[in-house]
Design a protein around this ligand. Structure first.
Ligand SMILES: *Cc1c(COP(=O)(O)O)cnc(C)c1O
Length: 375
């Protein structure tokens, strides 16, 4: 059986967790601080704040951006549902925008959706392919809106030569096993704003004025105060120690992923009924996932293809979901039609891509896919 994805975890990652456990400091402490510093250095952002996962990272980002009940936040419907959910967490309303041919939120469509209630735009770098950050930054500035990046899938991806995480004020990453590097669960927010940095650190730990590490290192007694109602969105030191090791391997992992994506591209490029991933000039994807769109004249339907791939021992996934068609959103968005997103979601298939993937397995995916679409 060829799986859809697999985290790349080694003895070195396990050893790091083992060593951390034996220090006796197992939740947020010195390893989290080290992971944050290394992550900020890697992305080129001024600051990084670890969180328990990307969903909580996004929740905190919306809070520090001042998003509240009654506000509207524009985001793509075609994304993992957490993108929309976090907007609901703060009492605001997700306003779903259409996507472009790279599965990313469409700039012009977003501008059309801006109302006097709009407070933020939440863009998603879908399956690792960056959205047009400069375009959205300009749009956000023009209308006085916050810009938040859901970079759950985009660790190590680049836009105009710079790593995702360095461009805007709030960028959120995920270390779920389905992403390019993993800490089990885990998240990170990068920011260039000191005020956001300070408030994010407060909010992720109960609003506590002094963190455990600072208190531990102090030569004098310190009593903490709780400055506002916060959350427990901490990452543990066990996870962070794994994250530090994963980060060291990230650029190599991306290189390996891109080689596999290139093999898929070369194998499938001559079929006019397939649309392969689009990586425009200035965009660099980490290929968190490899998705192919099947045109109407494709000889086999997407679901048949998935079924037959599975019969051949190859696991695939449907294209990225649309949030507005999920049961949780159906009551409020039942009449909403987003034809481009719906079509892209229904007609695309995600192929296996992980490291290490043997040449034999890559070839097996290619040969099986080819034999099915040539019918
Ligand atoms: C995975 C994912 C999330 C959620 O990340 P978690 O770390 O699992 O909370 C959010 N947004 C997108 C686009 C994702 O792919």
């Amino acid at each position: 059986m060829i799986p859809i994805a697999k985290p790349y975890l080694t003895k070195e990652d396990a050893q790091a967790a083992y060593d951390t456990i034996l220090t006796g400091w197992i939740t947020q402490g010195p390893r989290v601080k080290e992971f944050e510093e290394k992550f900020a250095a890697y992305t080129g952002a001024k600051y990084a704040v670890a969180a328990s996962n990307c969903t909580t990272a996004l929740h905190l980002s919306l809070i520090v951006a001042g998003i509240q009940t009654g506000d509207e936040v524009i985001c793509p419907s075609m994304s993992y549902i957490a993108t929309a959910n976090v907007i609901k967490y703060v009492g605001a309303t997700p306003v779903f925008a259409e996507i472009n041919d790279a599965y990313n939120i469409d700039l012009e469509e977003t501008e059309r959706l801006i109302t006097n209630k709009t407070k933020a735009i939440l863009i998603v770098h879908q399956i690792g392919m960056p959205a047009d950050i400069d375009g959205f930054s300009k749009l956000a500035k023009k209308h006085g809106l916050a810009l938040i990046e859901d970079a759950a899938c985009a660790v190590g991806s680049m836009y105009k030569g710079k790593k995702i995480g360095s461009h805007s004020e709030l960028v959120c990453f995920s270390f779920h096993p389905r992403k390019v590097i993993s800490t089990g669960d885990g998240g990170m927010i990068t920011t260039n704003r000191e005020d956001y940095y300070e408030r994010l650190k407060l909010l992720r730990q109960h609003g506590m004025s002094v963190n455990d590490r600072v208190r531990h290192e102090s030569k004098k007694i310190i009593f903490e105060d709780h400055l506002e109602v916060g959350y427990n969105y901490r990452l543990t030191d066990i996870q962070a120690s794994v994250g530090i090791k994963q980060l060291e391997k990230l650029d190599w992992l991306i290189g390996e992923r891109r080689k596999i994506a290139l093999q898929y591209n070369n194998a499938f490029k001559d079929f006019d009924f397939l649309r392969l991933p689009i990586e425009k000039e200035g965009y660099f994807s980490n290929y968190q996932s490899y998705s192919i769109y099947l045109n109407e004249n494709c000889p086999v339907s997407r679901n048949d293809l998935m079924e037959k791939m599975l019969d051949a021992g190859i696991s695939t996934r449907r294209g990225i979901m649309t949030s507005h068609r999920e049961t949780a959103y159906h009551k409020d968005y039942g009449n909403l039609k987003l034809p481009i997103s719906e079509d892209a979601s229904d007609r695309s298939i995600i192929l296996p891509l992980y490291v290490p993937m043997s040449q034999e397995d890559i070839q097996c995916v290619i040969d099986t896919f080819m034999s099915l679409i040539k019918l």
